[in-house]
Design a binder for this molecule. Structure first.
Ligand SMILES: Nc1ncnc2c1ncn2[C@@H]1O[C@H](COP(=O)(O)OP(=O)(O)OP(=O)(O)O)[C@@H](O)[C@H]1O
Ligand SMILES: [Mg+2]
Length: 349
């Protein structure tokens, strides 16, 4: 491509130069021969044979050179104009592409910055108005963008689980506004809220909340069946995700027959299988050993990157928190500080 354009540049230049050389040559011939014309002007003017002969010779030579020169110059100009118009077209194509690229980048940027969760002035009072009232969330503001992987840390009792329950609408908040995916959840009826929660939010609870009478694979496939997926397809997907979490040999065991870590992996699989926009995890790796924690965190990271699913993970484990993009620190029912990554990754959980 580059050689081709260089060659065409050289050809255009050569045609130009030869056209100009030929025209200069003609000019010099004309200048030289002006003397002859002067000398024989009388004969030319008065039409003597000598004058006619000389004027004819000069005329023919000049004519030939003019024809060749004009031809070369025309070719040169033509080639140059064609080259120029091609360059302009290419340039404008390139500019067009750049404009599109810039627009796409801007769109992606805007998308990246699109908030999925906006919480303003949130309050939660348990046993409101009673003597044993607990003011668990105290005017909390938080914005989480689509595709964020966020950790929430804070001392026991500061309101982390309460906050997750408010985001997941498992419990009503006392005051403030929660907007999920541009929808003010206060505007949703109870029925709409149920399907909204099912479609948009995945939970991994501190206590796993598995159905005790269902096997691992049945627990995981249930949300898909509730969404109307065909039983065979749902079963295959459930098996796939459980195998990915190292549960391939425990597919048909009931929760009571499984260890805490294995139950937790079922809870993780069940939350991820519907690909919800937001995944809320309350100590999602709390009962896992360091190897399994790493596997689960890798899975979180992968779905976060590939599907742009947002993850909000409550944890007491600094290593888990550091796998996230940023850490929101809570204290006394409010956000006290936000720490932004990337964090230096430690070897083990
Ligand atoms: N159902 C409830 N009724 C009354 N008070 C409650 C209730 N649930 C939680 N609380 C209180 O609200 C406060 C916040 O509790 P929350 O469970 O959100 O804390 P947390 O930050 O998740 O703690 P941990 O790290 O121990 O899980 C605590 O003081 C707790 O005692
Ligand atoms: Mg808690």
């Amino acid at each position: 491509m580059a050689i081709k354009s260089k060659l065409s540049k050289i050809m255009v230049f050569a045609l130009f130069v030869s056209g100009i050389v030929v025209l200069a040559w003609i000019a010099s011939i004309i200048l030289n021969d002006i003397f002859t014309w002067n000398k024989d002007i009388y004969s030319i003017l008065f039409g003597s044979r000598t004058g006619e002969k000389i004027s004819l010779e000069i005329g023919m030579t000049v004519f030939h050179y003019v024809v060749v020169g004009v031809l070369l110059l025309t070719l040169g100009i033509g080639a140059y104009l064609r080259y120029r118009s091609r360059t302009i077209t290419l340039d404008s194509d390139l500019n067009q592409s750049l404009v599109i690229m810039k627009k796409q980048k801007k769109d992606t940027f805007n998308k990246n910055k699109e908030p999925i969760l906006v919480i303003t002035g949130l309050h939660k009072r348990y046993s409101e108005g009673k003597s044993n009232e607990v003011h668990a969330i105290r005017g909390l503001d938080l914005t989480v963008d689509k595709g964020d992987m966020m950790a929430i840390m804070g001392p026991s009792g500061c309101g982390k689980t309460t906050l997750l329950n408010m985001i997941g609408h498992l419990d009503r908040h006392s005051d403030g506004q929660i907007i999920i995916d541009t929808i003010d959840t206060a505007t949703l009826s109870d029925g709409k809220m149920t399907s909204f929660r099912r479609d948009k939010i995945g939970f991994i609870f501190q206590l796993f909340n598995l159905f005790p009478f269902l096997s691992a694979v049945e627990n995981v496939e249930t949300p898909l069946l509730l969404k109307g997926m065909k039983a065979g397809v749902a079963r295959e997907q459930a098996k796939m995700i459980l195998r990915e979490l190292g549960m391939g040999d425990r597919l048909y065991h009931k929760p009571s027959e499984l260890s805490g870590g294995q139950q937790q992996r079922i809870a993780v699989a069940r939350a991820l299988i519907t690909e919800p926009a937001i995944i809320l995890g309350d100590e999602p790796t709390g009962d896992l050993d360091s190897t399994t924690s790493t596997d689960v965190m890798n899975l979180f990271r992968r779905i976060n990157k590939i599907n742009r699913q947002t993850l909000v993970l409550v944890t007491h484990n600094r290593w888990i928190a550091e796998q996230c993009d940023y850490i929101v620190h809570m204290s006394d029912g409010k956000v006290s500080n936000v720490e932004y990554g990337p964090f230096t990754k430690k070897e083990e959980a």
